[in-house]
Design a protein around this ligand. Structure first.
Ligand SMILES: [Zn+2]
Length: 323
């Protein structure tokens, strides 16, 4: 048995007995860890009510040598996951990130890049802007870390290049083989039978493509922010609170400018391409995980599609129902 201290994200929480919880956490240093938090449901406890789903915490635990659950002994909150009011998109996207992490990570196999990407994604999903873009970047990063990022630029069968840049018609139909993980060229499709090919569009493939670059950029900006925060802490020690607030505000604005730049590639795609991407990525992720995250049932309405039908759409629907 050894005592460990790690940065962790709570990805699953189940009540266990009247006073305790069983938790799955994804840690920066040790990958997934499952453990028992005794007394966590009591009013007074060593976890300071920091064990909510998706909380980012500093966790101490005793690693058991046998198959038994590890024992969580103490936790300090770094950040709660609390999306701003009316940010239903961010909320469900967060639940989905939790499930993806829980299903795709392995006990005691660290993946610090994925951890940093997840932590940064969750921090920013709390705000209402650009939820779909952040999620697409996270999906790309998660698939990449599993070694399952699909082949979108080359035929998955013969390797022939699909000149993504040169095809400007985003709505052009192409076929994607979900089980082999990539696009299939027309020659391969004609020359041998493929079962269960998914029709999709060039637009969806392009969104996939920019999302991988986006996930790498998000990771870089997340590291930059970590460095800035550390520097800010040192710089502002001893400053009066007004100067300190001003420095914090400057940092925040500088970071937002950097962050917006990261999001532009996804945001520049039209609505139809994003919808086609969501349909494809969800099908593909279910195949990779060999199960369907439950949070996906809430997600479609929450992402590429508008949150509520506009008045115009509603009246069109009513007219067509009446006729
Ligand atoms: Zn081919």
């Amino acid at each position: 048995m050894s005592l460990e201290k790690v940065d962790a994200l709570v990805v699953k929480s189940v009540d266990y007995s009247e006073s305790s919880l069983i938790l799955n956490v994804f840690t920066r240093e040790m990958g997934k860890v499952r453990g028992l938090a005794k007394g966590a449901r009591r009013l007074k406890n060593p976890f300071e009510t920091s064990l909510d789903l998706l909380a980012s915490i500093r966790l101490s635990f005793i690693r058991k040598n046998s198959d038994a659950l590890d024992l969580f002994t103490e936790a300090k909150l770094r950040r709660r996951f609390r999306p701003t009011t009316r940010n239903i998109r961010g909320l469900y996207a967060g639940f989905y990130v939790a499930e993806l992490l829980d299903f795709s990570t392995v006990d005691y196999e660290p993946d610090p890049d994925l951890w940093t990407l997840a932590d940064a994604t969750l921090e920013r999903l709390q705000f209402r802007r650009n939820v779909a873009a952040r999620l697409a970047y996270f999906e790309a990063g998660a698939l990449n870390s599993l070694g399952e990022f699909p082949s979108v630029r080359h035929c998955v069968d013969c390797g022939e290049e699909l000149p993504l840049e040169r095809v400007t018609n985003l709505g052009r139909r192409v076929f994607f083989d979900v089980s082999s993980g990539g696009v299939v060229c027309s020659r391969c499709r004609a020359s041998k039978p493929h079962y269960g090919l998914t029709p999709t569009t060039i637009g969806a493939l392009k969104v996939f493509d920019v999302s991988l670059v986006g996930s790498e950029k998000t990771l870089r900006t997340a590291r930059t922010l970590e460095n800035w925060r550390r520097a800010l802490e040192e710089e502002t020690t001893g400053l009066c609170s007004i100067d300190k607030l001003e420095r914090e505000e400057q940092t925040r604005l500088a970071f937002e400018a950097l962050d917006d730049e990261t999001l532009t590639p996804y945001e520049s795609f039209p609505y139809e391409a994003r919808v086609a991407y969501r349909e494809l990525v969800e099908k593909y992720i279910c195949q990779v995980l060999r199960r369907r995250p439950r949070s996906l049932d809430q997600l479609p309405f929450a992402l590429a599609r508008p949150e509520k039908p506009t008045e115009e759409q509603t009246s069109v629907e009513q007219t067509s129902e009446a006729s």
